[in-house]
Design a binder for this molecule. Structure first.
Ligand SMILES: [Zn+2]
Length: 465
């Protein structure tokens, strides 16, 4: 390839991207129970070590995959390293989530203080911070690499693979046969397995997860239209093109209410039994609760997929949001959040766009639901209720979710906004834009603004009137 002297280098356009797909629910069947017992022994030692590092990484030192081993164990050095890596991964995401939640809490406090100054009779309670518990590893699980677990193709036709697992007994690896289901084989066709494997045990049964990489051709529409996607509870997904998909209201909400009452009753019973000194307490998780969560996830998936089908040549722009930060936005919605599993929506958006080779971007979410799409004025007062947006300055009105989706679409490629470091800087930028809008529109505004003081000294009301 030749280059022009001005060093004008064109970035090579990506034509494909690689996604990793998982083959889950591969049950380990083993006629010889002694083998799986050896696996049990290995995992109990492994889990204990992993937990020690999780606690260390969450409390004292920064999570580091390459950290120097500090605990004693029967495991080999390689097994020890795998435990450190797994613990570092768990601790890292725990720390990130906690930090995000704490930041959201601080913002909620400053919002609350502002509201205290404005409102004569404060309605809201001051947000409280609840310290997070250190993650506790309950499900026996090994996220292994080729150093401890090797997947070997099987020579005979009874099984698909052999799993060679290094055990506590050095030099005597465990060999466990692996049989794939036909849908696993179909998914894997034409691909090569990755070397990382996950083993976990649930209700006495060992399960294996394998993965493989797949190249997905990128869609090459000449100039895809940015479509903003707002994520919410009333409507799972609202697009800037004015469409809505899925909802937590109606049937799902009724089911969630029942589930919540059931959990409350169970919790009461537990407390009562605990008082009486009973040692074995009933669990608060329920099969129906898990079914409900699964049902919500399926509804979300359906909503996201339908949205993608309706917008084939779009560039999807959605909020960079964490559920931890949403938790402080609406206290009453907390219970819904639990069931609606809101975090699953952005995950599903990311996955569904990647799988289709569609372009997807996240943008800053700050004030996207309070900002007026027309004049950029951002204020809580622009939202008289959950579903309505009505700008108190320019009187622009819209469905609240649609206004937010339109703002998100507009934020795509907005470099000034992207460099803002916190919510305060975003607010200042929006105010600047609102001022610019006022200057541009000062002559067309005839009515004086409802609320005095909003227009500043050079406001339209003085100039025009
Ligand atoms: Zn406005």
């Amino acid at each position: 390839m030749s280059q022009t002297p001005e060093k004008k280098r064109k970035r090579k356009k990506k034509t494909k991207q690689t996604i990793t797909r998982a083959l889950t629910h591969i049950r380990l069947i083993e006629a010889n129970p002694g083998k799986l017992r050896a696996l049990d022994q290995l995992v109990s030692v492994y889990l204990m070590l992993c937990q020690q590092y999780v606690t260390l990484f969450c409390t004292e030192v920064d999570p580091d995959k390459y950290a120097t081993p500090v605990f004693e164990t029967e495991l080999s050095d390689r097994g020890h390293r795998v435990a450190i890596q797994q613990a570092a991964g768990i601790a890292k995401s725990w720390r990130t989530n906690r930090a995000n939640a704490y930041e959201a809490y601080l913002e909620a406090v400053s919002d609350w203080k502002l509201a205290q100054e404005v409102e004569a009779t404060p309605k809201r309670k001051e947000p409280e911070w609840c310290e997070w518990n250190i993650p506790e590893l309950r499900v026996p699980c090994i996220q292994a690499n080729v150093n401890v677990v090797v997947v070997e193709p099987s020579e005979d036709s009874t099984f698909d693979y052999w799993l060679r697992i290094s055990t506590l007994d050095k030099g005597h690896p465990l060999r466990v046969p692996v049989k794939l289901a036909s849908y696993h084989r179909k998914a894997l066709e034409g691909h090569t397995l990755n070397t990382s494997t996950t083993l976990h045990k649930r209700k006495g049964i060992w399960w294996l997860t394998l993965s493989f990489d797949e190249d997905v051709p990128l869609q090459t529409a000449s100039s895809p239209l940015p479509v903003g996607v707002d994520v919410g509870i009333a409507n799972f997904v609202t697009t800037s093109t004015g469409r809505q998909y899925g909802s937590f209201h109606g049937k799902l909400r009724t089911r969630q209410k029942h589930d919540r009452e059931k959990r409350r009753r169970k919790a009461k019973l537990r407390a009562c039994l605990k008082k009486k000194g009973r040692e074995k307490l009933p669990s608060t998780s329920s099969a129906s609760g898990q079914r409900l969560a699964r049902h919500v996830r399926q509804s979300i998936n359906r909503a996201v997929n339908q949205m993608m089908t309706d917008h084939p040549n779009a560039r999807i722009v959605y909020e960079d949001l964490s559920v931890a930060s949403m938790r402080f936005k609406a206290k009453a919605m907390n219970a819904y959040l639990y069931a609606s599993n809101l975090a699953h929506i952005p995950e599903q958006l990311a996955w569904a766009t990647a799988r289709r080779g569609m372009e997807a971007y996240t943008v800053k979410a700050a004030y996207s639901s309070q900002e007026c799409h027309c004049c950029h004025y951002a204020d809580r007062a622009n939202r008289p209720d959950q579903s309505t947006f009505r700008c108190i300055v320019c009187h622009y009105s819209d469905h609240a979710d649609h206004n937010a989706a339109a703002n998100l679409a507009q934020r795509f490629g907005d470099k000034e906004l992207a460099v803002c470091k916190n919510k305060g800087e975003v607010k200042a930028l929006l105010l600047q834009r609102h001022d610019a809008w006022k200057k541009q529109h000062r002559l067309t505004v005839v009515e004086p603004p409802v609320q005095l003081g909003l227009w500043g000294d050079s406001g339209a009301s003085t100039d025009v009137g």
